[in-house]
Design a protein around this ligand. Structure first.
Ligand code: PLP
Length: 812
């Protein structure tokens, strides 16, 4: 896409924009003004291609993919857009001429934190790859007024502050009121039979509200494609005079009522991998689904094709089960609004919908009480019941008399609607997100579904966009890679493998080491500035960044640091290669245990960082408010990537991929995509430890694990656990860590922290021995970078396009 011929043209356009949009010049403009002028200038350039992309799609009757997700963790857009528009360098230099720093302006943009973690970030990476591959794929999400909370630590206690990210104008969004959709909740549904015996349904006494789309452009890299992320916002409907009447004309009640309706898009639920079952959350899910499905059908109708071709033109993908109501909603629209019969509507629905499963954790499996669904969504509930009845009847033919099996497969059972069952039954494709995860789905968690629909299940190992996570966030490394192997890797990330030919090139290895060193120094400066902690930039940067969760085992890492501290304190001859342990993690506000782990890490940091016996060898940094922007700072500076989840619990992970791509070496369990990383780089270039998924399964199955047995036999562990509850530098004699102690001993250590401790320590010792051999370490780093192309989301999206959505690039 043509943007600027060079920096002079940019400077001219930028100064003009400051004047025309904000009435400012270079003397009077604030940093905010400059950011907004730059954003608005880019948005103008993007607009033309955006419009053209939409016109081309329509003219060519291109099949459209709508990616439904409750979360899009997109982070900042300005740097990414500059990169994809190929003007990052031009603009950086142009601004410099004008006495401005691009990196300072970038910080004026609030992160769009419309997601919790991996699932939402995946959706954002997918949009980038769809646009770059020229594929007609768009995101449907919610425009939460408040995104993921801001985390602050007060004496180690996590505080949640509201993320008022829309307080300043969001330069990338365009409100499109003309595309508004009406969404209905509640009321009563009555069947009406006409004189010929045909059924229709009368829906009355419902509450209606408007879903107004705010579109954000998704710019492809170095092409002409601009796709759309459509975020829906709830607004009061003009047509609620009936409601007013029913509230007896009391104006205050009426306004309260309107406010409660539009609270649907007020905030993002801050729970990762945990389902709370709150009514407002179900409303959010249906609001997304109903506006998205109606909008997709409306666009399809613009093509003026027969309804029978719907599934040739439209693919509806659901990111986890949160948008699974797409299935009954599409049935409702096709039958009640378009007059199609059940069988044809069902066929079109199944052919259109595909589903990604993200977890096998039981606490994350969504189910909704029947009474709630019936009250909130009466027509949708009727359709779900009918889907369930027909499904159970078909099962009866396959498994005659096998009540038990049919009961485990039913969509509605035990007074609950099971969303995963609905998603599997109503779609043509169910995919897991890494090979191990898909195998577990097939063999265990969804075994009976797999037997019933063997062809429906498939794997699509997750990926990340190498544009944001390498080209943009690690510009030094990108430049060096291009100098070494040319720029083919940018369009074909698999070509990073060419680096393998130079794995013994001493000059390149030294250069990689220097780049990592520079990135570490930059991070050290930032940590000093923001948190006041002085760190040794020549120490090993050991990084554990992800949501705080029991299964991710930040506790294992923390206990190892306590162990190192004890060793150094007790044994004068014990030394380690200097190490800085970084943590960044948000805990769900109601997740008590996770907050205690944060508190423990904070306490360990206070002890270690202030003890001169150890702090030349050990430092611990907890970076608050983990977000896309902080990830972009930390990842390029990482030596060791902690991916230590309990095997079988992390479906894939994507942090592992970002870190590997930036030359970090993984310290990990054989879980999620770590298994595939290990397969690619080989034993010499990854540190693995711990139980296998199969061993974990066996323990869970036969109940033979006893954490107390380990406590009693391993004196190191006994010492550590006692330090949590007896007087120690960490416990300070109070009982704050009793909960952790009891989780490990009284409740038999659900996540096998004690079981894996010894092998984790051994793996860490190996790192301690290996790191000083600079060239050899750099070689490991190079081999990891070289194999990371497999984990570009371009590869992932190409597989979705070929196998699930059956779409090809448009020519724009
Ligand atoms: C990549 C990413 C995640 C996912 O990290 P995992 O280690 O895969 O859990 C979470 N949050 C942010 C901000 C990310 O960028």
């Amino acid at each position: 896409m043509y943007v600027f011929s060079g920096k002079e043209e940019f400077k001219q356009a930028f100064s003009e924009r400051l004047e025309t949009k904000l009435g400012k010049n270079m003397e009077t403009a604030t940093e905010d003004d400059a950011y907004r002028a730059l954003g608005s200038l880019l948005q103008d350039k993007i607009n033309k291609n955006w419009m053209q992309t939409n016109q081309e799609y329509k003219k060519n009757k291109q099949k459209q993919v709508y990616y439904f997700s409750m979360e899009f963790l997109i982070g900042r857009l300005i740097g990414n857009n500059l990169l994809n528009l190929q003007v990052l360098q031009t603009v950086k230099e142009g601004l410099q001429d004008l006495g401005l720093s691009l990196s300072i302006l970038e910080e004026r943009e609030n992160d769009a934190g419309l997601g919790n973690g991996g699932l939402g970030r995946l959706a954002a990476c997918f949009l980038d790859s769809l646009a770059t591959l020229g594929l007609a794929g768009h995101g449907y999400g919610l425009r939460y007024k408040y995104g993921m909370f801001h985390q602050q630590l007060l004496d180690g206690q996590q505080m949640e502050l509201p993320d008022d990210w829309l307080a300043q104008e969001y330069v990338w969004e365009v409100r499109r009121p003309e595309e508004t959709i009406e969404v209905r909740f509640g009321g009563h549904v009555y069947p009406i039979e006409d004189s010929l015996g045909a059924l229709s349904f009368d829906h009355s006494d419902y509450e209606q509200l408007k879903a107004v789309p705010y579109d954000v452009p998704v710019v492809g890299y170095n092409n002409e494609t601009v796709n759309t992320l459509r975020l829906w916002s709830a607004e009061p409907s003009v047509d609620d005079t009936l409601v007013k009447a029913s509230l007896e004309d009391h104006y205050g009640n009426f306004l309260d009522h309107r406010r409660s309706l539009t609270s649907i898009t007020e905030y993002l639920y801050p729970d990762d991998s945990n389902e709370e079952g709150k009514e407002l959350r179900l409303k959010q899910e249906y609001f997304l689904v109903s506006s998205g499905v109606q909008s997709a059908v409306r666009s399809f109708e613009g093509l003026e094709l027969p309804m029978s071709t719907f599934s040739n033109q439209v693919a509806l993908h659901i990111n986890d089960t949160h948008p699974a109501l797409v299935i009954p909603e599409l049935m409702r629209v096709l039958m009640d609004e378009k007059g199609i019969g059940w069988d044809e509507a069902w066929d079109l629905t199944q052919r259109s919908v595909s589903y990604t499963n993200h977890t096998t954790l039981s606490e994350a499996l969504e189910s909704w009480p029947v009474d709630l669904v019936r009250r909130l969504l009466p027509r949708i509930f009727m359709i779900i019941v009918e889907i369930n009845e027909r499904f159970c009847q078909s099962l009866w033919k396959i498994y005659p008399g096998d009540f038990d099996r049919i009961a485990t497969l039913a969509i509605v059972a035990d007074g609950q609607v099971k969303m995963a069952h609905l998603a599997i039954v109503g779609s043509h494709s169910v995919n897991g997100v890494a090979q191990l995860h898909t195998d577990i789905l097939k063999r265990r968690e969804m075994k009976n579904f797999y037997r019933t629909f063997p062809n429906r299940f498939n794997n699509k190992t997750n990926g990340i966009t190498h544009r944001r996570w390498l080209m943009y966030s690690n510009q030094r490394l990108s430049k060096t890679i291009t100098e070494a192997i040319g720029e083919e890797w940018i369009k074909k990330p698999d070509c990073l493998q060419k680096l393998l030919l130079q794995q013994d090139d001493a000059a390149l290895l030294d250069q990689l080491y220097d780049i990592k060193q520079q990135n570490k120094e930059e991070l050290a400066v930032w940590v000093k500035k923001t948190d006041g902690i002085t760190i040794d930039s020549s120490s090993i940067f050991d990084v554990h960044i992800k949501r705080l969760h029991g299964y991710k085992r930040q506790l294992l890492n923390a206990m190892h640091i306590m162990y190192l501290y004890n060793q150094i304190k007790l044994n004068r001859s014990f030394t380690i290669k200097p190490r800085t342990f970084f943590f960044a993690a948000k805990a769900a506000p109601s997740y008590h245990y996770a907050k205690k782990v944060i508190k423990l890490i904070d306490r360990i940091a206070a002890v270690v960082n202030n003890d001169s016996d150890v702090n030349d060898q050990l430092k611990v940094v907890f970076l608050p408010n983990y977000s896309v922007s902080t990830a972009e700072r930390i990842i390029p500076a990482t030596n060791v990537s902690e991916q230590i989840s309990l095997a079988s619990k992390e479906a894939s992970g994507t942090g592992n991929m970002k870190l590997m791509m930036n030359g970090a070496v993984t310290l990990g369990t054989m879980d999620g995509a770590n298994v595939e990383i290990h397969e690619l780089v080989g034993d010499a270039n990854i540190y693995t430890f711990g139980l296998s998924a199969e061993e974990v399964h066996q323990f869970d199955h036969n109940g033979s694990y006893s954490s107390r047995g380990i406590y009693e036999s391993d004196h190191r562990i006994r010492f550590l656990l006692d330090q949590l509850i007896l007087f120690s530098p960490f416990s300070k004699g109070d009982n704050v860590f009793e909960e952790i102690y009891h989780a490990l001993l009284t409740h038999n250590d659900e996540f096998f922290v004690l079981k894996d401790f010894a092998s984790y320590v051994a793996a860490q010792q190996k790192i301690n021995r290996d790191y000083p051999f600079k060239r050899q370490w750099s070689k490991k780093s190079l081999i990891n970078i070289a194999h990371s192309g497999t984990f570009s989301s371009d590869r992932t999206i190409q597989q979705y396009a070929d196998d699930i959505w059956k779409i090809k690039p448009a020519t724009i």
